[in-house]
Write a protein that binds this ligand. Sequence first.
Ligand SMILES: Nc1ncnc2c1ncn2[C@@H]1O[C@H](COP(=O)(O)OP(=O)(O)OP(=O)(O)O)[C@@H](O)[C@H]1O
Ligand SMILES: [Mg+2]
Length: 522
Amino acid sequence: MVEISREERDVYLIPQNFVDTGTILGGTVKLRNAVEAAVLAVGSAVPLFYLPLAFNIRLMIVIAVSVPLGVFGVVGIGGDSLTQFAAHWFRFMKRRRIVTPTPQGNLDANRHRHLRFISKRYRVVYYNNSLVSLDNFNTRIYKNANMAILGTSGAGKTFTMQLIARRMRLAGTPVYIIAPLKGHEFYRQAKALNGTIIRIVPGSPDCINVMEIRKIDHTSSELLDGPMPEQSELAAKIQKLHIFFSLLIPDLSNEERQLLDEAIVTTYRNKGITYSNASLDDPAHPGQYREMPILGDLHAVLSSAPETRRIANILNRLVHGSASSFNRQTNVNLDNSYVVIDISELSGDLLTVGMYIGLDYMWDKAKEDLTRRKQIFIDEVWQIIGASSNALAANYVFEAVKTIRGYGGGVLVATQDLNDFFSLEDGKYGRGILNNCKIKIILNLEEEEAQRVQSVLKLTDAEIDNITRFERGSALIVTNSNNVTVDMRCSEEEKDLITTDRDELRRIVERKMQNQTETEES
Ligand SMILES: Nc1ncnc2c1ncn2[C@@H]1O[C@H](COP(=O)(O)OP(=O)(O)OP(=O)(O)O)[C@@H](O)[C@H]1O
Ligand SMILES: [Mg+2]
């Protein structure tokens, strides 16, 4: 601490009444209140005094009416004088607004006279009516931009996710969504935002080649950190292919894994690709990578040896069988700022495989530009970290959630099945992912699910009680140590684009049919 010498210290006397400006009686009564009280008391006393009654009675009426009015005037209401209070009230009634986002992403302040009616109709819990804005990329507040949405079936996870995705996209953040179930729920909004829909399903023309080593643009990381020590891209790809195969063939033995490894290396070598990154460059097209092998090439290598024939037979489905659309070069790109990868029509074990392929593709894209924000959305994440998956794939998602911050991005995961979410290895991955999401949005949960979340997120009994009673649209946002109950609203246009509610969908169809008939008639 710096010592201040005696000479440098000045003493300033602050008069006792410095806060008493505009007051009388030693600061006890505000002048404005006193004047209003006098006007009220005298104003009511004079006409009362002229009433045609006996003097005593008139005196009693004046004491009963004017004196309380005078006291009321002196005290005021809530710290305001009576006229100030009246002015504030009129101003509030005139200016009150409901703030809703427009489809363009702006906030529209609609004048609304029936706040109370609306709050009843929508069962809104108004704590203090203030607008809550969530900027998950604000690094001063949140250590990472990851979010988790938990909610029971139909609570509004997909809806909330799409609402956030939309606002982010309109604010300029690229959005990549994986839709493992009910992919069609994402189409209307994706089309309205001119986004790209990639359908990874048997028979679809869209394909992501799982064996492709993608050329990643490292310009920004090299500008920041200088040239990086070379890591073999083939070695990294082989690691990822092992995850892919562990999902496809859960009972792969150690010996088979070793043989598979050798077969993968041979397949790449047949295309001229080795562990040296220089071998990836295509001499015929400088600046581009060589043509990559596809699953069919690996299948041919695996079929040629009897020890790997079992793997080849299982892979056959993706090469010649019902899912042969996996056996092609990548023919889609993630250049759009709103991309939905729909894998929802993949069945059984292929769903987890498809989820992994989609996520891996997005992850490569997310790693490109460190300076640019981007958000990956994974609906029904329990599919890839739950019991139907395995530790390798769950760890891959966990690592992605843990490291995406370093690439300027965020992951938003939504999950319904908490049992599955916490199933693998005693909930290690589920808990790890939740702990790496600075923002958790808890929608309505069933009693049992809520108890489970309570212990993981350390919520109070009152909060759990609230969560189990939430209506659609209400949520508890848990961030840092602040838990806030909010009500998520959308505009009518937004609702039309993302609702999954049958009645609302029917209304949209009816409206569209009516519009069509009107245009035809005119
Ligand atoms: N904030 C909200 N405002 C208005 N309507 C909402 C809101 N949240 C949810 N809804 C309504 O609830 C419906 C169901 O929500 P949604 O499909 O997102 O549920 P979900 O949790 O994803 O269910 P599932 O687990 O079955 O996929 C939505 O289609 C929408 O009509
Ligand atoms: Mg859903």
